[in-house]
Design a protein around this ligand. Structure first.
Ligand code: 0GY
Length: 298
């Protein structure tokens, strides 16, 4: 058995989140969360850039029930590299209440993809954040896009605002649904009406296959907790302009946060500040994720 040593400054998730005051709509989906290990069962990848605390499926399911979610979408975390076993184990144990987004390499086989599809994977994630991975050239990701085409999977992309221009042509060339993590990590010290965020909005305006997760105020905010006031106008803008192409998730167990760990109950309460009426909330939390992840069932 391999023993893993958690990073010295690793901040563990809050084991006792509050119960939200906002009652989630029936059938709500936490569409962005992860699992870590446990490391002695599902070893962390040798090439990982961080070693987290363990945060396994039982804790994820307990959080789901505590917050009032019905389902989860588990996004493969970079600490597991392209070894998707921990994520797949969640799907297998979830009684069809979880879907997955995998990380694969360009030599993945049709059979491997078919097995993952059977277990509930519906997308791959391309990560461009250098502190997490060493990004590959577009041609590498293109090979993966071609391989997942028969399964009608979508592509999740995680990048920082400054990287958008460089990858624009590749992102906009994709035929599949493309989901941008955390609103493309805008610089919220700049105006929501400024050219940088306008570029991001244009990405979604001009490409109806591009969706967005209005997630992680705790990663984006400069004014900080508990209100995250600076993130609110950005999230509101995206949700009101593209109500049928937005997703929300807790990001539990919150990799790589330093200094502040969200109370997941309060994170759920934040939703009403960015999606201000019931129709927007239902689309964000139920209709959109159900269409994308359980669409073959409804
Ligand atoms: C997130 C964000 C982060 C980490 C990962 O897979 C990951 O390791 O996604 C981050 O550090 O910004 O979406 O969980």
């Amino acid at each position: 058995m391999t023993t893993f040593t958690v990073d010295a400054d690793w901040l563990a998730f809050d084991p006792h989140p509050s119960r939200p005051t906002f009652t989630l709509p029936a059938g709500a989906v936490d569409a962005h969360c992860h699992v870590f290990g446990p490391g002695d069962e599902f070893p962390y990848a040798p090439e990982r850039k961080y070693t987290p605390c363990d945060a396994g499926k039982d804790q994820l399911f307990a959080l789901r029930d505590h917050l009032g979610f019905d389902r989860n979408v588990v996004v493969q975390a970079t600490c597991h590299g392209a070894d998707n076993r921990a994520m797949l184990d969640v799907l297998t144990s979830s009684k069809d209440r979880a879907r997955g987004v995998a990380t694969v390499t360009n030599d993945v086989s049709y059979e491997e993809l078919a097995t993952m599809h059977e277990l509930g994977v519906r997308g791959v994630r391309f990560n461009y954040v250098r502190r997490l991975v060493d990004p590959e050239p577009d041609a590498y990701y293109r090979e993966i896009v071609n391989k997942i085409a028969p399964f009608d999977w979508h592509v999740v992309i995680y990048f920082e605002a400054a990287d958008l221009a460089e990858r624009w042509n590749f992102f906009t060339s994709l035929d599949a649904v493309v989901v941008v993590d955390h609103m493309g990590r805008p610089d919220v010290t700049k105006s929501v009406d400024g050219p940088e965020f306008e570029q991001f909005l244009r990405l979604m305006d001009e490409h109806e296959n591009i969706w967005c997760k209005v997630t992680c105020p705790e990663r984006i905010s400069v004014t900080g907790p508990p209100a995250f006031n600076d993130v609110v106008p950005f999230a509101q803008r995206v949700i009101t302009r593209f109500p049928d192409r937005v997703l929300w998730g807790t990001d539990w167990p919150h990799p790589n946060l330093r200094g502040f760990m969200p109370d997941d109950g309060k994170s759920v309460d934040f939703i009403v500040r960015i999606a201000e009426n019931e129709e927007l909330q239902r689309k964000l939390l139920v209709d959109n994720p159900m269409r994308l992840y359980w669409g073959d069932e409804t």
